[in-house]
Design a binder for this molecule. Structure first.
Ligand SMILES: [Zn+2]
Length: 438
């Protein structure tokens, strides 16, 4: 493969790009760009009706019983972060959850999928948790309430729900305890002291420590999901921020979905690794270095603008020798977290985006580096993608880089992000990713 086929700047300024890993063909056409980083529409200043405590949605703290039972929560006690697994429901209110991990009430890949296709059985520890939960009066009420809610959301009438036999109710509840589609929910809905409805609490509003704990907690969930289901080959991890990115809640959360395959994108990446172990340096980091697309880094991670994406996309790669997030040391996780945090902070909370994690699948023998794509959902399709498979991206990679960098300098001066290296401060050693060693 020749690098020039992936990235061509035409005399008129059109940037033609092919993503080396997906084959996506994308153009950034002059005249369609020069927009601010957001979608250009001013956000109306709607005053927020302040509630204390925050109870704006089902993910807000006083509404713990509107989500499925809590698999785990992260609290701060005596200035220390502490994880509590399967907290009894009558104790939910005794501590404040900084982050909570719960089943998704409406699973994409359902518990039944695993049962019917693999004869999956919920492990004994999870069955014991279910038993204890149902034996607890608060737990019994909680489960009945959310089953009623779920059944009605799925189109049943109140009378039909009331007639549901207990066996069916229990079967519905199984997914809350043994399913593999989960949410990790942050505590806040709005920023501290928010006065406007637009002041939602986003990833970039966290402190460095909070964001690191958010990452580590998500990684613990990822490992636990795999541990509880031997048929899982990959756990998809993503964060959809705001409705254009597919979020159904404006309250910050990540999702994890257990899968029995890798998906075609990772299949393809693993195929490339088989031919060339260094492919993520060659067509990722080194390529970005040569084209001046690297704009931030620290000792454990590197960030650059990706090419050949339908949406303006930033790619953050771990430099670790490990290929899976749960094989990273805390320091390495912190490095990834700090860089991702700085990008979210630079974008602000008003740009809708997807954060997607990629890493070496559970059953892969070829190691790929853990990397995170942040896709800015600021453009609408141009209309001819369907017929041509050419996608129009509203911003060239260089423009995206140049819009992010000034924000990073400002935020670093204000101590709102980590002391990362920015733009020309970045080192330019070739092969910065070390996953291929060992
Ligand atoms: Zn909320």
């Amino acid at each position: 493969m020749r690098a020039t086929m992936f990235y061509t700047i035409m005399p008129d300024g059109t940037v033609k790009q092919v993503n080396p890993f997906t084959g996506n063909e994308v153009w950034a056409v002059p005249g369609r760009r020069n927009k601010p980083l957001g979608n250009g529409k001013p956000v109306p200043a709607v005053p927020l009706e302040v509630h204390s405590p925050e109870d704006y949605c089902s993910f807000c703290p006083p509404r713990y019983f509107e989500t499925p039972p809590e698999k785990s929560r992260l609290i701060v006690r005596n200035d220390r972060w502490e994880m509590i697994d399967t907290l009894p429901p009558d104790q939910y209110a005794e501590t404040v959850a900084e982050f909570r991990r719960v089943g998704n009430m409406f699973e994409i890949v359902t518990l039944d999928y695993w049962r019917k296709n693999y004869a999956y059985k919920i492990p004994a520890s999870r069955l014991k948790w279910r038993e204890d939960y149902m034996a607890n009066a608060a737990g019994f009420k909680h489960i009945n309430d959310i089953i009623t809610y779920k059944a009605m959301q799925e189109g049943r009438t109140e009378q039909q729900v009331a007639k549901l036999p207990m066996t069916e109710r229990l079967a519905m509840a199984d997914a809350f305890f043994g399913g593999g589609h989960e949410l990790v929910i942050a505590k806040r809905h709005y920023r501290v002291d928010a006065k406007l409805e637009s002041e939602l609490f986003a990833s970039g509003d966290m402190s460095l420590e909070e964001h690191f704990q958010y990452f580590r907690f998500t990684i613990a969930a990822l490992a636990d999901i795999a541990r509880n289901n031997r048929y899982v080959r990959y756990v998809s991890v993503f964060q959809n921020w705001l409705r254009p990115a597919g979020a159904s809640f404006d309250h910050l959360h990540k999702q994890l979905v257990a899968l029995d395959e890798w998906g075609s994108s990772i299949e393809n990446q693993v195929r490339m690794l088989r031919d060339d172990r260094n492919v993520f340096n060659e067509y990722g980091a080194n390529f970005a270095l040569h084209h001046n697309l690297v704009f931030a880094e620290n000792d454990h991670a590197i960030a650059f603008v990706g090419i050949g994406h339908r949406f303006p996309t930033i790619e953050v790669y771990s430099r670790s020798q490990a290929g899976r997030p749960d094989e990273h040391s805390d320091e390495e996780i912190r490095g990834m977290s700090n860089l991702v945090h700085s990008i979210h902070a630079a974008m602000g909370n008003e740009i809708s985006c997807n954060e997607e994690w990629y890493y070496t699948p559970i059953d892969a023998v070829y190691k790929m580096p853990w990397h995170i794509l942040i896709k800015l959902r600021i453009n609408v399709p141009a209309g001819f993608e369907g017929g041509t498979s050419i996608f129009i991206n509203p911003m060239t990679p260089i423009e995206l880089r140049d819009k992010i960098v000034p924000h990073l300098y400002t935020l670093r001066d204000q101590n709102k992000i980590d002391r990362i290296r920015i733009a020309e401060e970045c080192r330019v050693d070739p092969n910065p990713l070390k996953y291929y060693l060992k």
